[in-house]
Ligand binder design. Structure first.
Ligand SMILES: [Zn+2]
Length: 63
């Protein structure tokens, strides 16, 4: 499985990520690293910010 956020292989657990709602209207489902995963290192800055937010959220939810 390849992570849709960072394009790296997912070795551990994965979560389903909706990639769809693209211009073509085709719905493409993919997999992504879990929110709390430290392995996810997207190259894009927008995705990096999203991952950071997800990690913070996951950490807060665990309490
Ligand atoms: Zn990833």
């Amino acid at each position: 499985m390849i992570c849709v956020d960072c394009d790296r292989a997912i070795l551990g657990p994965a979560v389903r990520a909706g990639v769809g709602e693209s211009m073509s209207g085709a719905r493409l489902d993919g997999y992504a690293h879990p929110p709390e995963s430290e392995e996810c290192q997207p190259k894009e800055h927008s995705k990096q910010a999203l991952r950071k937010a997800l990690r913070a959220q996951a950490a807060a939810g665990r309490r």
